[in-house]
Design a binder for this molecule. Structure first.
Ligand code: C5P
Length: 239
């Protein structure tokens, strides 16, 4: 897969116009753009169509987590929007993930829509082992928990997971080469961790088996974002 197909740029901002300017600016380097909570809530669902009309794919990162009926209806709405990929929280449980998968598959067959890739979010990259244990009362290790949630995602029929670079190699080994791994929390040697806690460099994440890495502030908060992206692309080529 060419490097540009492995990169997802996170449009974490609240202005549609600015988001579309970024899509244009990075068009030669990036094929998939991530629309997350902030942009979706501020700009509305039409942002997906506007990015698609520029010939680009959208990863809708809204992390659905609700009772199975509600989550699956939101999942169907996401499929109708024409997203390339979207996610649900694996913590929502097997039934919720399964219902999302089944409803979206049926809808796509019925309405002749290309089925979006569906991912389960495992453990957020902003969570520390301490927070998982002391705040969320998960007493086993993050790795064990990510492994468990990835298994649930597979059992539900999802296409892959979102996981930090710390667990990428383990997931790849346990669940094979066809299971999609998207890795956020990417930081270079020159970018600060911000609120991320379990980070990996672009090279590490790709080397460990990530299919896609999500680039956000490590690119967009740099004085010269295009230069940052070029450096990252070059780094990946050495992985
Ligand atoms: O700027 P930064 O690289 O931290 O952005 C990471 C992006 O990936 C954010 O949009 C965040 O919501 C998203 N994300 C994440 N961890 C996950 C899933 C998504 O950081 N587990």
């Amino acid at each position: 897969m060419p490097v540009r197909d492995k990169l997802i740029l996170a449009l974490d901002l609240n202005e549609k116009k600015r988001a579309l300017e970024i899509v244009d600016k990075f068009s030669d380097y990036i094929n998939t753009f991530k629309v997350g909570l902030e942009l979706f809530v501020s700009a509305g669902p039409s942002i997906v169509d506007e990015i698609n009309r520029k010939g680009k794919k959208v990863f809708l990162d809204l992390k659905f987590h609700d009772i199975s009926n509600t989550a699956s209806r939101a999942a169907m709405a996401a499929a109708r929007l024409g997203v390339y990929m979207f996610n649900v929280h694996a913590n929502g449980g097997l039934e919720m993930m399964k219902k999302c998968r089944e409803s979206v598959t049926e809808l796509c067959i019925r309405e002749n829509i290309e089925r979006p890739k569906m991912l389960g979010v495992t453990v957020l990259t902003g969570l520390t082992p301490d927070a998982l244990k002391n705040e969320l009362s998960v007493t086993h290790s993050i790795r064990t928990h990510v492994n468990h949630l990835s298994r649930l995602a597979i059992d539900a029929g999802l296409d892959g997971v979102v996981a930090s670079g710390h667990e990428t190699a383990m997931i790849r080994t346990h669940f094979g080469k066809n299971f999609i791994i998207v890795t956020p929390g990417i930081r270079t040697s020159w970018s600060p961790p911000d609120d991320q806690r379990r980070t990996a460099t672009p090279r590490e994440a790709i080397k460990e088996g990530a299919d896609y890495i999500v680039l956000g502030r490590a690119v967009l908060n740099q004085p010269d974002p295009l230069k940052a992206l070029e450096l990252i692309s070059a780094e990946i080529l050495t992985a």
